[in-house]
Write a protein that binds this ligand. Structure first.
Ligand code: C2E
Ligand code: CA
Ligand code: CA
Length: 655
């Protein structure tokens, strides 16, 4: 999770929280303004009721007074009874006021008391039979009281009205204030809503981008940017569904780079990465846009070809892909030769589902690799052999134990005089059912299944035992043994070889251990340590198949080698026009500069022999002198060649 994304999330949460607070405040304001308005209305209603009673009292006192005046004036319509009925009529309102009048209660009580007195006076006036003068004086006194009472009542009415007005004004001011607050709060909330929306939008966009990025990452290879295994698996299923619907097929390639590990190990991971990127580019440009190129890991790639249903089409595309892939790649100024082995498989026949498609392409790819075929199309018959290959491992284990493995020996001759100088031991498997098997039929299986150390130990013992037998027969024949790459990482190897040398009483200098460059590559430090120990024992060390791997000068220099064997692929070019001579000449010079003897392998004719000798090679090995022979034939061959002319290339007999 990126820091930016986390920050966005925090901002989004803050914005939502702020919006919530804003909304709560707004709601609070709304409640407050309703309450204030309700309170104001209640206050006004209360005051209005009080005012109503005051004005009732005012009115009733007025009516009472007028009735009294009419009565006193002798109005016929106003009887004594009429007057009596209106006396005290305002008492009810005044009583209500001093009970419910709130702030007016005190005033109402005082007025009520005064009114009580006034009513008493009136009643006396009505009841008594007094003379006119006295009655007039009392009436005037009552009228004065009535005027005072009325004035007080009127004042109260006025005061209440004022109070009501004040209340109304206050309530208006309050509601104005609240309204303004609500307006401001609404504005703030609106801004917050917008802010929130903006932040959420940004948050959502970044979340979506993040999701699509991680979707992309989950389905693509980080190094090359092409599809990865997950995406490929998905697309294979889709392509199969489409093929089923349309009645077509699906083609599939599995590619494995040849000698990628060597590039990675000799040049470093940076160059390995560059190579993989270059391969991804070449593959992508070699196929149509509807095909999918994927990297499955390491140096393994795949190409999915929807809609392909003819084997011939598939192979034609495969050739095109290989053509695009092969050739020198410039990796940051270093030229590296790119090549690959391609396994091809086809749905719906013979591969009936997605899993089979992958599995069959894998089988075909190994067949291509083993047979150096470039491309190989899966076929069921061949697959049965590959199944057989698996059983090879089990059988091989047994073969080592019961001694079905034997060594043939190929003579080497010293070019200076054409004399027999030693043999290279080459393994053969005398299989009880399948007859004599050659190394290429079982060594790869042994390498893949970790059987090489056991096999090598057994063969070393065989070779040294044979050395001892020849010596018993009167011939000292130095022997070379091929030691697989895996054995060189085995720190126990020098110790075991030392024991074997002692057991068979073989001088260390009569044993040559042949190793290939690839052995050096997986773990140079460990391999060099093992080699140094072997050299310490006095064993000779030969670098085999020189020139076929990514030879590194630094290994050549750091390894305690004694001999270099030029691979057959260069030897065969010696007699044809071209750079063959120059290459071997250069290798010989290099070897001599490093004080290594040179063995030229695969010498098949006298011309080749003569040229190799001219170029300075010290030893030769090849069918021209002899094929690998069973141990029992070596002595006869040796006797034969020393008694005949030894004319490998015009040598005259030196015997
Ligand atoms: P290598 O070590 O380069 O052995 C030489 C191979 O070239 C042998 O094949 C040999 O028969 C063949 N050869 C020799 N002279 C000529 C020639 O003039 N022309 C042609 N065309 N071929 C020639 P082989 O015996 O089939 O062995 C193949 C490879 O198997 C060997 O190549 C070596 O890498 C491996 N191998 C053989 N024996 C052993 C062994 O005992 N241990 C291990 N680890 N590998 C072995
Ligand atoms: Ca060899
Ligand atoms: Ca060789």
């Amino acid at each position: 999770m990126s820091l930016r994304w986390m920050r966005r999330r925090v901002v989004a949460r803050c914005a939502i929280a702020a919006l919530l607070i804003g909304l709560i405040l707004l709601a609070g304001l709304a409640v407050l303004s309703t309450q204030t308005a309700a309170r104001a209305a209640a206050g006004v209603a209360e005051r209005e009721l009080v005012s109503q009673h005051w004005s009732n009292a005012y009115g009733k006192i007025g009516v009472e007074y007028e009735t009294l005046t009419d009565y006193l004036r002798g109005d016929e319509e106003v009887s004594r009874g009429t007057l009596a009925s209106v006396i005290g009529s305002a008492a009810g309102d005044l009583r209500w006021l001093y009970v419910h009048g709130g702030s007016d209660a005190r005033r109402a009580r005082a007025l009520h008391n005064a009114y009580d007195g006034y009513s008493y006076t009136l009643r006396n006036l009505v009841d008594s039979e007094r003379d006119g003068a006295q009655e007039m004086a009392d009436a005037e006194q009552a009228a004065k009281s009535a005027a005072a009472l009325r004035k007080q009542a009127a004042d109260s009415v006025q005061r209440n009205d004022d109070e009501i007005n004040a209340l109304l004004a206050q309530s208006r001011r309050d509601s104005d204030r609240l309204l303004r607050a609500v307006e401001i709060m609404s504005g703030v909330d609106l801004v917050l809503v917008l802010l929130c929306a903006l932040v959420l939008l940004m948050y959502q966009t970044s979340t979506e981008r993040q999701a699509s990025e991680s979707r992309y990452r989950a389905s693509h290879d980080g190094l090359t940017g092409i599809a990865n295994r997950e995406l490929l698996t998905e697309r294979v299923k889709e392509a199969i569904a489409t093929a089923d619907r349309d009645g077509t097929g699906v083609g599939f390639f599995l590619l494995d780079l040849n000698r990628f590990k060597e590039v990675n190990d000799t040049l470093g991971h940076h160059y390995g990465d560059l190579l993989l990127q270059e391969v991804a580019r070449r593959l992508t440009s070699a196929v149509r846009a509807d095909s999918l190129v994927a990297r499955l890991g390491g140096d393994e790639f795949a190409v999915l070809l929807p809609g392909v249903h003819e084997a011939a089409d598939l192979l034609a595309i495969g050739d095109r892909v290989l053509h695009a892939l092969h050739g020198v790649a410039d990796l940051d100024g270093i030229a590296v030769d790119v090549s690959a082995s391609v396994g091809a498989a086809l749905y719906p026949r013979p591969s009936g589902n997605a899993a089979e498609l992958l599995q069959h392409a894998d089988v075909a790819m190994y067949a291509a690799k083993r047979g150096h075929l470039g491309i190989s199309l899966y076929d069921r018959d061949a697959d049965e052999h590959s199944f057989e290959r698996l059983t090879v491992v089990g059988e091989l284990r047994r073969a080592i134990a019961v001694g079905e493995l034997e060594l043939h020996y190929q003579p080497k001759v010293r070019m200076a005089d054409g004399r027999f100088s030693g043999v290279e031991s080459l393994v053969r498997w005398r299989h009880p059912v399948r007859g004599l098997l050659f190394p290429d039929q079982f060594i790869p299986a042994a390498e893949q299944s970790g059987l090489m150390p056991a096999l090598t130990d057994a063969l070393l013992a065989l070779a040294l035992d044979q050395y001892q037998r020849w010596r018993a027969d009167g011939r000292t024949i130095p022997v070379a043994v091929n030691v697989g790459a895996a054995c060189l990482l085995d720190a126990g190897l020098p110790g075991r070889i030392g024991l074997l040398l002692a057991r068979y009483d073989v001088p260390a200098a009569h044993l040559t251990v042949e190793i290939t460059e690839s052995a050096m590559i997986s773990d140079p430090a460990r391999a060099t340590a093992v080699l140094a120990e072997l050299r310490e024992l006095g064993v000779l060390l030969s670098i085999d198949d020189f020139g076929t791997g990514y030879s590194s000068m630094s290994y050549l220099q750091s390894m305690p080698l004694t001999e270099l064997k030029i691979d057959r692929q260069f030897t065969t070019k010696l007699t044809s026009p071209g750079s063959g001579r120059a290459i071997i000449g250069a290798i010989v010079e290099l070897a001599h500069a490093l004080e290594l003897a040179v063995v030229v392998e695969g010498v098949e004719d006298a011309d080749t022999y003569a040229i190799a000798r001219e170029l300075g090679c010290e030893y030769a090995q090849g069918y021209h002198m002899s094929r690998p022979l069973p141990a029992g034939e070596i002595l006869a061959w040796a006797a034969d060649q020393s008694s005949t002319s030894m004319a490998w290339a015009g040598h005259t007999s030196a015997a």
